[in-house]
Structures are given as structure tokens and as C-alpha cells.
Design a protein around this ligand. Structure first.
Ligand SMILES: O=C(O)C1=N[C@H](C(=O)O)C[C@H](O)C1
Length: 295
């Protein structure tokens, strides 16, 4: 399975009464796919899955699966956590609905490097769908050595990594310089999309892409076609938007802007997240305005 493109990790919109607004989710899903996204991610960090009941999670997945099927787009579903057996059980439920699962490096427990490898070996043996490793050490608390990352990339059943390490360091450069064929690196930290594309990433899973889907797609196309001067200018503008979107805990700012645009009914996030400040939302909107003026 080849992963290429911009994937939007959908927010979970909430109605005034606090319930999941499934109609708004469906419209949002359709709109980002119409703007050129290659697919959706349901239950990524941006979807606030930690605060959703099992029934709500399933409703979200069903809506996203239906829209992706209709539009011939890919669906990646976030699944898995700290416990290997429970993670495998969650993956088993994705058999008929997802093209791949986005599985975090096990958070909080801090196993050894061999423990991480054993976790993913077990999951690949039990999962009905291919896995994308979600490497985000600032959330999981789990660093990965370069050798561990290399072994994960070569594990059958793992088709990609969502790289969100917050830097382009020596390990990143080593990894990207020696990728197995058909293995995808997707940028998972929005401000780092442009440098990772320069190193060979084939796309990204990016919350900011809700707000400027077509421009993120354009940046990827620039790299694919070799339009480097345009890519550099656009990359800087999108990085400015990404920094504004992540000025407060994700997905508060994305939701504030989407609500102001009338694309979701409220900017509400569930506790312990708090709604975005007006200042943060205004900054992100200003970056969007600057983006629409074009490079
Ligand atoms: O939802 C996701 O998956 C993403 N998670 C990252 C995070 O919130 O740290 C950011 C990325 O844009 C998408």
C-alpha cells in the first residue's frame, strides 16, 4: 500500500448540547476531500478520541468511512494505546472500515526499545489492516533510537510512519536517507511539512490542513513537480499558519476558526482541553487571509 498525499485528521465537531455533531462532521469530511485531500484520518489526536465514548468513536468512524467510500478516498483510523492486547483488539474491529490504522508508539509506559518492537510485531501479526506508526515523543514520552525506527520501517505490515518529532535531527536525516521502497514518511507536525518533503516525505497528516486543504495539496504537488521556488514561498506561509494553529493545544484553534467560518456548529472542545483564546483564533485567521493573497 502506497501512502501519498495530504490526509486531514478530522476534528470531532460538537453541537450546542455537547453531543457529537455528525452532520457537520460529514460536511467537513466532504469539503476537505473536494479540496484535494487524499484521505481522512478518523480518531487522530485532533479528533479528541480520549474524550469520546466507544459509541461516539464508532459513529465518527462510520461517517468517515461512508464519505471516503463515496469519494474513493483513503481512510486511516487512529487506534491503539499503551496495552498491546487491547490495541490488537481495537485493530481487529477495523477490518471492514479502514485502509490503515494510525498506531502510536505505546504512550506513558516507556518500555525498552525491544519492548516497542515486540509491541508492533504483535500488532502486525493481529491487525487486519496495515499500520502507520505514529511517532510523537512529546506526547507519548517514548523516544525511539535510529536503529529501532529503521527496524520498524522494515517490519512487514507497517507501511509508513507519521513523524512528529518536532525537529529535523540527525536520526531523521539518517532515516529519510535510507527508506525501504514503498515505505511512506508522512509529516505529522504541521510546521515541519516543507523540510520533510524536501527530504522525501510523501505527504502529511496535518490538522492545519482543515483550513487550507488546497494550499497544502499544492505544496505537495510543487515538490512532486519540482516547482521549488514556489514551494519554498508557500511552505513558509503554511508554516506560519501551522505555528498559529498550534499556539494553543490542538485542536482548539482549528475548531475556533472552523466555527467562525460556519463549518462546524461550535468551537467547543471537551475537558481537559479549553476553547482557544480570541487572540489565537484571530492570529490563525490572519495567517489564512495572508495565505489567500498568494505567494
Ligand atoms: O490528529 C493528528 O493525528 C495530528 N496530531 C498532531 C498533534 O495534535 O500533535 C498534529 C497533527 O497536525 C495531526
Amino acid at each position: 500500500m502506497e501512502l501519498h498525499g495530504i490526509y486531514v485528521p478530522l476534528v470531532t465537531p460538537f453541537a450546542e448540547d455537547g453531543e457529537v455533531a455528525l452532520g457537520a462532521l460529514e460536511s467537513l469530511a466532504r469539503s476537505v476531500l473536494m479540496e484535494g485531500a487524499a484521505g481522512l484520518v478518523a480518531l487522530g489526536t485532533t479528533g479528541e478520541p480520549a474524550t469520546l465514548s466507544p459509541e461516539e468513536k464508532w459513529q465518527v468512524v462510520e461517517v468517515c468511512a461512508r464519505v471516503c467510500r463515496e469519494r474513493g478516498a483513503r481512510l486511516i483510523v487512529g487506534a491503539g494505546g499503551s496495552d498491546t492486547r487491547q490495541s490488537a483488539a481495537a485493530l481487529e474491529e477495523l477490518a471492514q472500515v479502514a485502509d490503515a490504522a494510525l498506531v502510536p508508539v505505546p504512550p506513558f509506559v516507556r518500555p525498552s526499545q525491544d519492548g516497542v518492537l515486540a509491541h508492533f510485531t504483535y500488532l502486525t501479526e493481529h491487525s487486519p489492516v496495515p499500520l502507520v506508526v505514529y511517532h510523537i515523543p512529546y506526547r507519548t514520552g517514548q523516544a525511539l533510537e535510529a536503529g529501532t525506527l529503521r527496524r520498524l520501517c522494515r517490519m512487514p505490515g507497517i507501511v509508513g510512519v507519521k513523524l512528529a518529532t518536532g525537529s529535523v535531527d540527525e536520526d531523521t536525516i539518517e532515516l529519510m536517507g535510507d527508506l525501504p521502497p514503498d515505505f511512506a514518511v508522512l509529516a505529522g507536525e504541521d510546521a515541519f511539512l516543507a523540510p520533510l518533503l524536501a527530504l522525501g516525505a510523501t505527504g502529511g497528516i496535518l490538522a492545519s490542513a482543515h483550513l487550507a486543504t488546497a494550499q497544502f495539496v499544492e505544496l505537495l504537488e510543487d515538490w512532486d513537480k519540482g516547482n521549488l521556488l514556489h514551494a519554498r514561498a508557500l511552505g513558509h506561509r503554511l508554516a506560519a499558519l501551522a505555528r498559529a494553529v498550534f499556539a494553543e493545544p490542538n485542536p482548539a484553534v482549528v475548531k475556533a476558526v472552523l466555527a467562525a467560518q460556519g463549518r462546524i456548529p461550535t468551537p467547543a472542545v471537551r475537558l481537559p482541553l479549553l476553547p482557544a483564546s480570541e487572540t489565537a483564533a484571530a492570529r490563525a485567521s490572519a495567517c489564512l487571509d495572508a495565505l489567500s493573497e498568494g505567494p
